[in-house]
Design a protein around this ligand. Structure first.
Ligand code: RIB
Ligand code: CA
Length: 310
């Protein structure tokens, strides 16, 4: 029985790759995709969901939700890495007529009311929507089966500040609220995701795949591959796809139980540190390591699968 999934995403290129992995896998049933501001603003992220679905044409179309942007004028984004549109300027079709994004609260409510504790929320952007749901509708929030989230840098330097990872930095208060909510959480931090990167040979493989998906992924990835920081040049870190992988292939990952706190003000905003607690409900599962070579092998197999062949 496929696992029902709601993906909450800020729709950069690594989000798109993660969503393609989830859509292509027979073991997941992507029931909904909800946008959030982050890599690009929520409006662009919503449009990107429509563009990706129009390109991939999955058998069962997920519901689409329009989520929140964060407050503030000079918000950090990732257009420098993912291009002005967030998807590397790839030539994707416009969302089709059946693309009808709804308020994210309604999309979450339908998914939770339908699937209850079978539902897994995969949060691969800032946690603004998830925190809003927890504040506004705690009863429904409590019925979600599990939240797998990509975010935080615990024992490694951050990627936007020395001490902060992008998703947690962009909405540190939301990260602190969700991590302290007592929900069943699996955190996939930068400590693990930065160890899983595609390189030019993988991009070449995508480009040569005779599926609709392969060349599309190669086109989206060329911008970030060319604009990555010097220390990441030639590497495309698949942060968000690792979070989907933790759901698909748990046997490839090592976990620990930990209580984490997130700084929410000033320069350390988003800083994520382990804390002692007597309150067992504060303990979450944090992924410590991954078998990266087997993960990449399986990722390439699924993404170059004939399923999307046209
Ligand atoms: O720090 C990496 C995370 O920030 C990824 O989710 C990427 O898409 C950006 O949202
Ligand atoms: Ca993301």
């Amino acid at each position: 029985m496929a696992v029902p999934v709601l993906i909450d995403t800020d729709m950069g290129v690594d989000d798109a790759l993660a969503i393609c992995l989830a859509l292509a896998s027979e073991r997941l049933d992507v029931r909904a995709i909800v946008s959030v501001g982050g890599n690009v603003d929520a409006e662009q992220a919503t449009a990107n969901i429509g563009r990706l679905l129009a390109a991939v044409q999955p058998d069962a179309r997920p519901a689409v939700g329009r989520g929140l942007d964060q407050e503030g004028d000079d918000l950090l984004n990732a257009r420098w890495l993912f291009g002005q549109d967030g998807l590397g300027g790839a030539n994707l079709p416009k969302p089709g007529d059946q693309f009808q994004p709804r308020n994210f609260r309604d999309v979450y409510a339908d998914a939770i009311d339908t699937h209850g504790e079978d539902l897994v929320v995969v949060a691969i952007g800032p946690l603004s929507n998830v925190a809003a749901l927890q504040r506004e509708d705690p009863e429904r929030y409590g019925r979600i089966g599990r939240i797998i989230m990509m975010g935080g840098a615990v024992f490694v330097p951050g990627n936007v500040q020395r001490t902060a990872e992008f998703n947690f930095y962009r909405d540190a208060a939301a990260a602190a609220e969700v991590l302290g909510s007592g929900q069943k959480i699996t955190l996939v931090p930068l400590d693990v995701t930065e160890k899983v990167a595609l390189d030019d040979s993988h991009v070449g493989h995508f480009g040569a795949a005779n599926t609709a998906l392969g060349p599309l992924l190669a086109e989206m990835m060329s911008f970030p591959m060319a604009h990555a920081r010097p220390e990441e040049h030639g590497r495309f870190i698949v942060h968000d796809a690792v979070a989907v992988g933790a759901l698909l292939w748990p046997e490839l990952f090592m976990h620990t139980r930990v209580c984490l706190v997130v700084d929410t003000v000033g320069r350390p905003a988003g800083k994520t540190t382990p804390a002692k607690t007597q309150n067992k409900s504060r303990l979450i599962s944090m992924i410590l390591s991954v078998n990266a070579s087997t993960y990449l092998e399986r990722l390439m197999d699924v993404l170059c699968h004939e399923r999307f062949h046209v």
